[in-house]
Write a protein that binds this ligand. Structure first.
Ligand code: F3S
Length: 78
């Protein structure tokens, strides 16, 4: 399983990630990207069919703002 989230502190709103994976990345009012799967919490598994696009976005982000991990980024509170 793979998880992703965007570091909005470093995102420069370039818009490349939404080109690579429009189902996964959308933009806030300032044009910064966030992950729509889980409101950018990095806790929802990336669906298999969207993984390639996310990997393209991850590699293509000019500010390295897209994070990927094999584990969820946050632990859910019970
Ligand atoms: Fe931001 Fe990188 Fe996407 S700069 S808009 S996260 S490609």
């Amino acid at each position: 399983a793979k998880y992703t989230m965007v570091d909005q502190e470093t995102c420069i709103a370039c818009g490349a990630c939404g080109e690579s994976a429009p189902e996964v990345f959308e933009y806030d009012e300032e044009g910064r990207s966030y992950v729509v799967l889980d409101s950018n919490n990095g806790i929802e598994e990336i669906p298999e069919e969207l993984l390639e696009g996310v990997e393209d976005a991850y590699e293509g982000c000019p500010s390295d703002s897209i994070k990927m991990s094999n584990k969820p980024f946050k632990v859910l509170n019970k």
